[in-house]
Design a protein around this ligand. Structure first.
Ligand code: AMP
Length: 221
């Protein structure tokens, strides 16, 4: 199963993606996570991407496309993958189609998690993430706080606030989503691949909707 998780920043793509990856034993490929790892390690890609990310802008397509092409060609993607945060504009969607074709693959389903803008801002402002990359659990200071302030429930590592989860940057990221990423709903609807999911509710409730949509479209009887 080759799945795209779409939706604005803060919609819960990472949270749902992690669950789906475990359920279907396929990798969750998050372009944001790969880019943040590159920034953290100070690679050439990370140095080029850092300023764009801090402003809440998209990293140039050329950099992201090279990165994703090699990632999708790795062995662990052979039986399927879940893409989180890619594609983010029409050029990336078209490039993905070409890349997948060359690998004899295609997108099975583009799931869009829908959440209104005021709720996204509330979620993103209070979001805290585990510093341990292997874990990556997410929390919210008000709605889903960890048992011990500032420490991950799962692995006890420290939590941090993403640099781009500050209010001014959140606004830019939501504008970028509206202008560049939202048109992909039409792109995948035209190809009969899009399914919208109500992203308001508990993680379990949304997971049930997401899983039902996948069962409906991807799991053969
Ligand atoms: P995310 O973790 O998906 O919210 O991504 C964090 C940041 O990484 C974004 O605000 C962009 O600066 C960058 N980024 C992630 N994915 C992409 C992409 N597909 N194209 C361009 N920039 C991206």
């Amino acid at each position: 199963m080759n799945l795209l998780l779409m939706g604005p920043p803060g919609a819960g793509k990472g949270t749902q993606g992690k669950r789906l990856a475990a359920k279907f034993s396929i990798p969750l490929v998050s372009t944001g996570d790969i880019l943040r790892a590159n920034v953290g390690e100070g690679t050439e890609l990370g140095k080029k991407a850092k300023d764009f990310m801090e402003k809440g802008a998209l990293v140039p397509d050329k950099l992201v496309l090279e990165m994703i092409e090699s990632r999708l060609d790795e062995d662990d993607c052979a039986d399927g993958f879940i893409l989180d945060g890619f594609p983010r504009n029409t050029a990336q969607a078209e490039a993905l189609e070409v890349t997948l074709y060359s690998l004899s693959k295609s997108v099975d389903l583009a799931l869009g998690i829908e959440v209104p803008p005021d709720e996204l801002v509330r979620r993103l402002c209070g979001r805290r993430v585990c510093t341990n990359k292997e874990c990556g659990s997410g929390y919210h200071v008000d709605f889903d706080p960890p048992a011990v302030d500032g420490a991950c429930d799962d692995c006890k590592s420290a939590l941090y606030q993403r640099a781009d989860d500050k209010e001014e940057t959140i606004k830019s990221r939501l504008e970028v989503y509206e202008e560049q990423t939202k048109p992909l709903i039409e792109y995948y609807t035209e190809r009969d691949l899009f399914k919208g999911i109500n992203g308001l509710g508990t993680v379990d409730e949304i997971n049930a909707l997401v899983t039902a949509a996948i069962d409906d479209r991807c799991v053969k009887p």
